[in-house]
Design a protein. Structure first.
Length: 103
């Protein structure tokens, strides 16, 4: 009997630092770059403006945060949207002799 047990962390070695894909790092890097650029441009910002300036880094940081069973929030959101927008229709094909379709 050949049974193989695949460890839960087999895909983790394909990720950067065990958590991030190159797209995740590019997304987070671009959010941080936009934030740094805005901090340089708007030097005398009030507290409300500062929160708006920090939003790109905070949002992209939230999207690449590791989550249990998914490598990050972005992947979780992608899977949820894919599941909702692509509903599957399962037809009954049981062992009963009375089916709607004739063969």
């Amino acid at each position: 009997m050949n049974r193989y047990l695949i460890p839960a962390n087999t895909k983790k070695s394909q990720l950067i630092l065990g958590f991030f894909t190159p797209i995740d790092l590019a997304l987070f890097g671009s959010g941080c770059s936009i934030t740094i650029l805005m901090l340089i441009i708007f030097q005398n910002a009030s507290m409300g403006e500062l929160i708006i300036i920090l939003l790109p880094a905070l949002i992209t940081g939230f999207l690449v945060t590791p989550v249990l069973y998914y490598h990050n929030v972005l992947q979780l959101i992608t899977n949820i949207v894919t599941y909702i927008l692509n509903p599957k229709r399962y037809r009954w094909r049981g062992w009963c002799i009375y089916n709607d379709e004739t063969e």
